[in-house]
Design a protein around this ligand. Structure first.
Ligand code: PMV
Length: 323
């Protein structure tokens, strides 16, 4: 049996602005998705525990399939075209990441699937190849995403990302005195819809919004420096400014603001929505000593709180011998 996993992602600063070419900073979190592969004789069965479906894809990859399965068909098609082979299998997908929360659950699942299935085929894929294949699958779900999700879940760590230019790995100074919380609002939303809404607003008010986009780019550069210097007080302030910018482009909500203000009242250094907004998750930075108080303060406004850490492990593949 083969099992692969991939981390989740948070955007520390720069979401939406990244779509128009500004830099953004993202980190991989140790909340993971898994794909487990077992031998099967008939076709390619995909079972998703979180989305509650089990579907068989025929070996010729033809026919009509539920829309949740289309990204997997896409991945299989690419593998078959590039490597000239497919093998029947049963692939079970399971994720700790809430779907549609801005934590990259789709990219993470596609990365785990791609890594596990390629190992099953006996094809050695480089991380760059996995990243490319996951991006194509992301396009099936999200239209034309910036590429930040597939990149961070594949490589792990903390990156500065700029569309069209790829990414730069940041050498982050971890300081155990500070910690992250990710609060899920429980409100699911579509990244594609929110991105379109923001782009429409940009087209309507280009002269007004262009300086804001430039400022967001400078903010991301400052945030990268703060991370590399281990200056978490400064990083918190920059996150708060970024939240104001995201509010300005209309992607925050009352519930997000409640979490942000309650967290800051309880001592958090920085709090902002992460991902597309409109619901989804809120990222909070606090001194470790203030963590419990912050958690208690935001609990009534959240569906789930993740106390987690940044991970340098992107895709991981394990092989088990069956007894
Ligand atoms: O909410 P998510 O995890 O899908 O993140 C979206 C991030 C955006 O910057 C809004 C879009 C993108 O493609 O980068």
């Amino acid at each position: 049996m083969i099992e692969a996993s991939a981390p989740s992602k948070v955007i520390i600063v720069g979401e939406h602005f990244v779509v128009k070419g500004q830099p953004a900073i993202a980190a991989a979190l140790d909340v993971r998705s898994k794909a487990r592969i077992e031998e099967n004789l008939k076709g390619i069965i995909i079972r998703s525990i979180n989305l509650n479906f089990e579907v068989m894809i025929p070996m010729e990859l033809s026919g009509s399939l539920p829309k949740e399965v289309e990204p997997f068909r896409r991945i299989l098609k690419t593998m078959s075209e590039r490597y000239g082979k497919l093998r029947p299998a049963k692939i079970t997908l399971e994720s700790e990441i809430p779907v549609g929360s801005g934590m990259g659950s789709s990219a993470s699942t596609f990365a785990a699937f791609t890594a596990a299935y390629s190992r099953y085929l006996g094809v050695e894929l480089s991380l760059d190849e996995v990243n490319e294949i996951v991006y194509e699958a992301e396009c099936v779900v999200h239209g034309k995403p910036s590429g930040i999700d597939n990149t961070i879940v594949t490589y792990g760590g903390v990156i500065a990302y700029r569309k069209g230019e790829g990414f730069l790995r940041l050498n982050v100074k971890i300081n155990q005195d500070y910690a992250w919380l990710v609060a899920d609002t429980g409100v699911r939303r579509s990244t594609g819809d929110l991105v379109r809404r923001v782009l429409d607003l940009y087209d309507k008010y280009e002269e007004v919004l262009m300086p804001l986009y430039h400022a967001a780019g400078h903010l991301a550069i400052e945030a990268a420096k703060a991370l590399e210097q281990g200056d978490y007080e400064k990083l918190g302030e920059l996150m708060n400014i970024n939240q104001g910018m995201l509010e300005a482009i209309g992607v925050s909500t009352l519930q997000i603001s409640e979490i942000v203000y309650k967290a800051k009242e309880a001592g958090a250094l920085g709090a902002k929505l992460t991902g597309a907004g409109g619901g989804g998750a809120v990222l909070i930075l606090a001194k470790r000593g203030d963590l419990n108080e912050v958690e208690e303060a935001i609990k009534p406004y959240t569906a789930k709180i993740f106390k987690t850490r940044i991970t340098h492990t992107g895709i991981r593949v394990k092989e088990f011998n069956e007894r």
